[in-house]
Design a protein around this ligand. Structure first.
Ligand SMILES: *Cc1c(COP(=O)(O)O)cnc(C)c1O
Length: 226
């Protein structure tokens, strides 16, 4: 199956209103171009240098989403052009995104990455932790150039679909709690409306459990060559 066939098959299977982020990390620009020629505009990347190079090479109407672990000292490389940073997992990172967004005269969309999986290694805030931070923060004062767009997360790597579904439901709950908590600050589901969960092995479960954006790499581009 070609990249085009894969994308068409996934698009057909996705319910209305679920966006597809094509995760193109480690894949050559030719494959991204094929996806682009087939109408794909949102691409997910996880390394600063790589996304910057691809941004410079490929058409400018692509929306680049950063989905990997982001060190604060690397924010400056992607701040001029990134459409969304999905992997925001600390206050320090938010402060730095604010600084770099302001420097570039931009507002940067972000998702709060939450940790709901069993694995120790998965990054992200614990849901309670992010609520505590947001409870004591005035968004418009501290992060005026950052727009909170929603929540991102990953389920455990397991074949147990019940467990995966439960973890996605935890993300959904955290999303709702954040929306409620921040509504007095003017946050509404008109803009805080991105629920990014579901990857190649679990996107079918994700779309049955509240996801509005799936991040799919392998099922589109094949195995990555590291
Ligand atoms: C690599 C990656 C994906 C895509 O994974 P596939 O299994 O190839 O679909 C999605 N989300 C994040 C955060 C990733 O790092």
């Amino acid at each position: 199956m070609s990249v085009t066939d894969n994308i068409n098959a996934i698009r057909k299977a996705l319910p209305q209103g679920v966006e597809l982020c094509a995760v193109s990390k480690f894949h050559p620009v030719e494959k991204l171009q094929e996806a682009y020629d087939n109408g794909q505009r949102i691409f997910g990347e996880s390394r600063e240098q790589e996304v910057k190079q691809k941004y410079e090479t490929l058409p400018k109407d692509i929306e680049w989403h950063f989905i990997g672990h982001l060190q604060t000292n690397k924010v400056k490389y992607i701040a001029p052009f990134i459409s969304m940073i999905e992997s925001v997992d600390s206050e320090r990172l938010l402060d730095e995104i604010q600084k770099q967004a302001a420097k570039n005269g931009r507002t940067i969309d972000i998702l709060l990455e939450l940790h709901v999986a069993q694995e120790e290694t998965k990054s992200g805030w614990m849901p309670g932790e992010v609520l505590d931070v947001m409870r004591s923060t005035i968004l418009a004062e501290r992060w005026p150039n950052v727009r909170l767009r929603g929540v991102m997360g990953m389920a455990s790597i397991t074949d147990d679909e019940t467990q995966i579904a439960r973890e996605f439901q935890s993300l959904e709950e955290a999303y709702r709690d954040l929306l409620t908590l921040l509504s007095p600050q003017g946050l509404t589901d008109a803009t805080f409306n991105v629920k990014s969960w579901g990857m190649s092995h679990d996107w079918h479960v994700a779309v049955r459990n509240g996801s509005t954006e799936v991040r799919i790499g392998t099922d589109i581009f094949g195995e990555r060559e590291y």
